[in-house]
Ligand binder design. Structure first.
Ligand code: TRP
Length: 327
């Protein structure tokens, strides 16, 4: 039986951090065992938000590929490519944009939230409103069955289904079918300061951080606010440091929870153990990343080959799209 197709993408807007690893990449790596995976570094999507500062995108594309490959995304088993290397994404986006009602985009909760919250960049643009149309094109171009994404992306997936259905009914075809979300089971890790982990808050631990940087960062993490002194009993379920144990040191959870609740050992010790745990967890990733970074030709070649494979599928879909539209 042929494997079902998984598609997902990430915007190259900076180095990847632990939130990406636990929230997405670990899952993407596993899916390679059961699905034909297609993973795209979506640089056009990055441009929609970063068009005023676009000169970094090129470097971030390479950083992202290094992070992905070091984590176990395998370009021999999966199709890994850069979105702008496959022009059919923009072609399909154009066709889909013709039949996407403005109201669907204006009502999109992600759009409204970002316009409200992101004040440092001007996102009142034509392309940014159409962000989900390009995302729909990404997914539909490969006729993906499943899309691993975070919960915040669910409205975009719903729009993808609606756009695909509208295309089918308008042009009397069954070219596109509904795709389902694969939500990552693990809980989200918060940043060092207890807010959402994000580059823009400067509260991340990056996959490429050195052991010293990791130790310094973990030491700065905010713990249970009601535990000021060693003899105050702590509340592991309210402590962000403890949440990290779940992801990186599950075997030590019971032990540290007992110390914390029993107020026998302090947060400094707890953090030291966690820092060592994260450093060990990231060691193979860091080593592989350094190896790949020494000679970028492997990474560049892999992306080039990925684009050739992706394009073979994309050209095929676009040919069916043209037939359906200009029948
Ligand atoms: N919008 C996604 C994000 O910000 C990135 C993305 C672009 C994507 N195209 C996609 C994710 C297609 C899944 C499928 O995270």
């Amino acid at each position: 039986m042929t494997k079902k197709i998984v598609f997902s993408g990430m915007r190259p807007t900076g180095k990847l951090h632990l939130g990406h690893l636990v929230g997405a990449l670990n899952n993407w790596v596993k899916l390679q065992n059961t699905h034909q995976c297609v993973y795209s570094i979506v640089d056009w999507h990055a441009l929609m938000g970063e068009y005023e500062n676009s000169s970094h995108i090129k470097d971030y594309v390479i950083e992202m590929a290094l992070d992905w490959f070091a984590c176990g995304i395998d370009p021999k088993r999966s199709i890994v490519f850069v979105q702008s290397d496959v022009p059919e994404h923009l072609e399909l986006q154009m066709v889909l944009s013709c039949l996407t009602p403005l109201g669907w985009l204006e009502r999109n909760p992600t759009y409204k939230e970002q316009l409200r919250e992101i004040t440092t960049r001007d996102l009142q643009t034509y392309a940014f409103l159409g962000y989900p149309v390009l995302q729909a094109a990404d997914i539909l171009l490969y006729k993906a069955h499943a899309v691993p994404i975070g919960e915040d992306q669910l409205p975009h997936l719903e729009l993808t289904r609606e756009i695909g259905r509208r295309f089918n009914s308008m042009y009397k075809t069954d070219l596109f079918y509904d795709c389902e979300a694969i939500l990552t089971p693990t809980s989200r890790l918060l940043g060092l300061d207890g807010r959402k982990m994000s580059k823009s808050y400067g509260n991340t631990i990056n996959l490429s951080d050195s052991p010293d940087e990791i130790l310094t960062k973990v030491k700065s993490m905010i713990t249970d606010p009601s535990r000021m002194r060693l003899k105050d009993p702590g509340h592991p379920d309210q402590c962000n440091v403890f949440a990290y144990y779940g992801a990186f040191l599950p075997d030590r959870k019971d032990e540290v929870s007992a110390w914390c609740v029993g107020a026998t050992k302090g947060c400094t010790e707890c953090k030291k153990i966690l820092a060592d745990g994260i450093i060990e967890y990231l060691r193979p990733i860091r080593e592989e990343r350094e190896k790949l970074a020494k000679d970028l030709s492997y990474v560049k070649e892999a992306l080039k080959n990925g684009a050739v494979s992706a394009r073979a599928i994309a050209v095929d879909t676009m040919s069916d799209v043209r037939k359906a539209v200009f029948r």
